[in-house]
Structure formats: C-alpha cells, structure tokens
Design a protein around this ligand. Structure first.
Ligand SMILES: Cc1cc2nc3c(=O)[nH]c(=O)nc-3n(C[C@H](O)[C@H](O)[C@H](O)COP(=O)(O)OP(=O)(O)OC[C@H]3O[C@@H](n4cnc5c(N)ncnc54)[C@H](O)[C@@H]3O)c2cc1C
Length: 387
C-alpha cells in the first residue's frame, strides 16, 4: 500500500516496487525499532543491531549496485525508505547519512578495490558510515578546514578535529575531508576514507554532543593526532575533494528535503486527527473555522512541497539535479517543515508542549534541518549566484 497522505496524492515516480519497499520499511521501523524508542533516546545513539537488521532486510544501500550487495535501485528507492522512516517517527538510525550520503561517495569515487572492500559491509549494516567535513572553527566555509593529511610513505598522517559528526559515536567508516595541501583552499582538499577503531593510536572519539532534538541519533566530535591512514584509502585523486563534495551535496540536500516533507505530512496527519477528537466550546476543534483554515493552509503547503520535492527527485534520478535547485529544495522545504510543525503543534494547545505528544519532539527535531547540510543562509547565497 502506498502512503498517499490525507489528500490522496501519490508520487508520479511511484511503482509497485516502491509500495512493497515502503511496507517493509514501515514494518521494520514501527515493529522492530520504535518499541525501543525511549531507551534509545536515553542511550543517545541507535543500536548497532538495528543497522544489521536493516541490512538483513535489504534496506541499506538501496541505490548501490547489486554486485556490491546493494539493492540495485536509484534515489527513488532511497527516498521511499527515508520518507517512511520520518513518517513512522523513527529517528535513531542515521540511514540518511549512511545510505543517503556515504555509500554514494564510495560508489561514485571509489576504485573497484575500495568498493569491494567497503560497500558490502555498509550494505549489510556491519559497518556504519559517517561523513566529516565540519570543524570546531567553522562549518559553512568548508574551504577553510584545517585537518591536514601529510603523505608519509604508504600512509597519510592525519591531524585535526571534526565536530557535529552524525553517526560519529558508532561510525566504523568515515569519509573525511582533509587538507593535503595546506597552502591552498578548495584545491587543497581531499577525501580520505578512515576505518575507525576505538583505541587505535592517533584516533579518539570526543563527547557525544547533547542536542535539543534528535536525541536517539548520535552526533560526535572526532579527534586525530598523527593518525595513520593508508594512502590507498584516498577517494579519487589529491585535491579533488572539494569538487567531489560539491557534486554530492545536491543529493545530501535532497535527503534532508525528503525528511522535511515527510515530517510535514506526519504533523498534518497528527494535527488533523487531534482536531477531530479534541473538544472545545462544546464541539471538536475541527468545528472551529480557524482550525480548519490552519489545517487547509498546512495541507496546501504540504502538497505543494511534495510536488516540488518529486520534481527534484525525478531530476536527480535523471542525473539533472543542479546545485541551485537542490539548494532551493533544502531552503524551501526545511523552512516549510519548521512552519508546518509549529502551526500543527499550536493545534494541540498545552499538550503540544508536553513530551507526551510526539508533535513536541517533531518541533525540536525540525530545527536543525535549517542548519545542517549547509545552512539556509548558505542556500540563499548559492541560489543568488544563479540569478
Ligand atoms: C545535529 C547536527 C548534525 C550534523 N551532522 C554533520 C555531519 O554528519 N557531518 C558534518 O560534516 N557536519 C555536520 N553538521 C554540521 C553542520 O553542517 C554545520 O553546523 C553547518 O554547516 C554550519 O556550520 P557552523 O555550525 O560552523 O556555523 P557557522 O559556519 O559558524 O555559521 C554561523 C551562522 O553564520 C551564518 N553564516 C556563515 N557564513 C555566512 C555567509 N557567508 N553569509 C551569511 N551567513 C553566513 C550561518 O548561516 C549561521 O547562521 C551537523 C550539525 C548538527 C547540528
């Protein structure tokens, strides 16, 4: 069964195989992961076992070629999975980064040997992936990163630190942005794949960062002090890291946009159900014109957002999603998510502000969508360059 939402809208790219995938994903998230939600929130990171189970069910690496164990699909399959994850309310598993970003880098820029070495483990869930660009001294200005990798024989020697790394507390495999030429800006950046093992010389995980939302998904600091990484772990050639990131960021922004739209849809469904049930002044909230109008506006915003998102997904599936359009999607849909969730929370009155109702968690979780993947101010910069 598809998940058309209240207004019956179905994505134009949707085929029966997406429906089967959505059903499998929904069942996994709701029956196998969500029952542990409270414990995972307290723990501050997902269970490794849930990654393995997702892998066993074939839910990781959906767009990775079958020869590396993947699903052999495309971004529509990744989008279906991510949509269902957000719609179900599951937020512990860092699949958006793991499958939506990291596997993409390896598949696109990895040598045959690198792909054979890492992709099967990521697809099975035995390895957890992360991407490290942001540093304590700055995130928006990626060209100014200071973590350096100096070639020494068959290795690179890496020193520096990264912060806000999603999946960082558990990650086994990190696509790390480093400076191989510290005198250059963009042209000095390279991507190194680091196999992370706790206790290994030169590598240390810092604290798990306490956040206002996304409590069950780990975000961590990572420290490198003369950490040796085999030179054969370089992705592509030295100095091409910035170009690689610029090529992959549209997909990262689309991943964020998929979550944004699914969150709008979920908030709308919750608020509508509540408005039909909660009584005020002798009738359901839905009987008051203002409630109906708010929900009508939210439903319209959600529908328009879904249509724009689907246009982006289709462009991406054709290999035509440009930087400007991806930035527009990230900007418009995450702003929309925050507005829609806020307005839906209002319909719950005081209960919307309590942890008893999931809309409050959605409110806290939504905020970061305007910050990561490039802040929305940076999105406006990118869009303005095309004008
Ligand atoms: C929960 C979470 C998960 C994250 N996951 C990851 C991850 O997995 N990997 C990773 O590498 N990073 C990750 N990040 C980091 C995130 O991408 C950065 O926080 C973000 O890019 C902003 O960088 P910054 O925090 O250093 O802010 P800064 O760059 O210091 O920006 C501060 C403010 O100034 C504004 N600003 C900066 N430059 C300009 C400009 N030129 N014009 C106008 N305004 C500007 C920004 O928009 C922002 O409002 C994550 C962050 C969070 C909170």
């Amino acid at each position: 069964m598809p998940t058309p939402g209240l207004d019956g809208y179905v994505e134009p790219w949707r085929k029966p195989e997406h429906d089967d995938l959505a059903e499998l994903a929904r069942s996994f998230f709701t029956k196998e992961v969500l029952p542990h939600a409270e414990r995972l929130e307290r723990q501050g990171h997902p269970d490794r076992e849930h990654y393995r189970r997702a892998g066993e069910l074939g839910l990781l690496g959906l767009s990775i070629p079958e020869e590396y164990g993947g699903g052999g699909g495309d971004f529509t399959h990744e989008a279906t999975l991510l949509h269902e994850q957000t719609l179900s309310g599951e937020g512990s598993l860092g699949i958006p980064v793991h499958s939506g970003i990291v596997t993409g880098y390896l598949n696109e820029y990895g040598t045959e040997e690198q792909k054979q070495r890492w992709l099967p483990g990521l697809v099975s869930g035995d390895l957890i992936g992360a991407i490290g660009m942001t540093e304590p001294d700055g995130g928006s200005d990626v060209q100014a990163i200071r973590t350096r990798a100096i070639r020494d024989g068959e290795d690179y020697v890496v020193s520096g630190s990264k912060t806000f790394i999603s999946n960082g507390y558990l990650a086994d495999l990190l696509v790390l942005a480093v400076k191989t030429d510290t005198s250059a800006r963009a042209k000095g950046i390279s991507l190194l794949v680091c196999e992370l093992k706790d206790g290994e010389q030169g590598f240390r995980r810092g604290r798990k960062i306490e956040k206002i939302g996304l409590h069950s998904n780990d975000t961590a600091e990572l420290f490198f002090d003369d950490f040796r990484v085999p030179a054969k772990n370089l992705l592509g050639t030295e100095g091409t890291g910035f170009i690689q990131m610029m090529q992959q960021l549209p997909q990262e922004r689309l991943v964020i946009a998929v979550g944004a739209v699914a969150a709008m849809q979920r908030a709308l469904e919750m608020a509508t159900a509540y408005a039909k049930e909660r009584q005020a002044f002798g009738k359901p909230l839905m009987g008051h014109q203002n409630t109906r109008m708010v929900l009508a506006e939210v439903a319209t915003r959600t529908r328009v957002s879904r249509i724009f998102l689907d246009d982006c997904i289709q462009r991406h599936a054709r290999g035509e999603l440009d930087v400007t359009t991806a930035a527009m999607a990230k900007l418009y849909l995450t702003e929309g998510q925050c507005e829609v969730v806020d307005r839906c929370l209002q319909i719950f009155g005081g209960y919307g502000y309590t942890t008893e109702y999931p809309i409050s968690k959605m409110y806290a979780d939504a905020r970061v969508q305007k910050i990561y993947g490039g802040t929305n101010e940076i999105m406006k910069e990118l869009i303005s360059r095309a004008l």
